[in-house]
Design a protein around this ligand. Sequence first.
Ligand SMILES: Nc1ncnc2c1ncn2[C@@H]1O[C@H](COP(=O)(O)OP(=O)(O)OP(=O)(O)O)[C@@H](O)[C@H]1O
Length: 331
Amino acid sequence: MDVTPGGTGDAGHSAASITLDGIRKRYPDGTDAVRELSLEVPAGELVVLIGPSGCGKSTVLRMVNRLIEPTGGRILLGDEDITRVDPVKLRRRIGYVIQNVGLFPHQTVATNVGTVPRLLGWSKERIRQRSGELLELVGLDPAQFGRRYPHELSGGQRQRVGVARALAADPVVLLMDEPFSAVDPIVRTRLQEEFLRLQAEVRKTIVLVTHDLDEAVRLGDRIAVLSEGGRLEQYDTPAALLGTPASPFVREFVGADRGIRRLAVTPVTREVLDGEATDATLPELPLGRSAYDALAAMLTAGTDAVVVTADGRPAGTLSRARVLDLGRPGS
Ligand SMILES: Nc1ncnc2c1ncn2[C@@H]1O[C@H](COP(=O)(O)OP(=O)(O)OP(=O)(O)O)[C@@H](O)[C@H]1O
């Protein structure tokens, strides 16, 4: 798969699944950062690792690109055991985005984006074209931004360049360590939305580490909640995690406001509607939007229900009471 339709990326690359098979990391001082972790990340999915500080999230992520060598277990990309391959070559196949981006300060944006293609020996023309495509893909005009230096960008723009650079050689996997945490909350939300659109287009296998449960719920196809020593407490979709926490640890971790978070990941379907659409004064909401959006529409309009539409036509109403039920565990 190419990153952009009709682009000049390394054709033939595709997203690969990642299998962590009993991986372990004991640091030289005896710290057991990861005692034993097994986890399967399906190809093309975005999996979030979340858990309290020091539980081993970054250690797990960096074992996948061998910035940290595991002390036990296997890691497979597709069916290839990457604990046995040359780590330098491996890293060229894996995109890596970190909190403060790590752009080279004395290189232009375009040169930064072309880093891995240059290491792979692509021609100048192909690199130039590729970095232009990638900058466009992350919403930066190559003519305007390509020649700038990192210090001439905002934090959000630097973060986008970091993502473009990580995608430049069409990696099979993208690893992201707190990629959006260095920017303010408003920019962060916008970057997350842009990133979701980008992921819908490129469909990479992504492992993302975050501290932020809202970010995990918004971005993750699945969320892995870890506790101390890299112990896997629960591995589930956001809705399942919020709806049925598997242990007291997870329940406490996802917190008392998980009902509200759950609404954000619960789509309004025909099955949940609880009335006929007879009141033309109610606000409208298309099917498929979240129960959270439905509640927001009611609160904004000061009503107790919304009319839910399918293809612009009323399909029924959804009441506030029904929405609140949807936020309750076990519903
Ligand atoms: N080089 C090292 N030597 C010894 N112990 C280490 C080393 N690097 C990390 N650790 C320890 O390993 C454990 C896991 O660290 P890691 O950075 O993976 O956690 P994390 O979940 O990413 O934390 P945070 O959310 O705070 O970034 C911690 O107890 C940490 O102190």
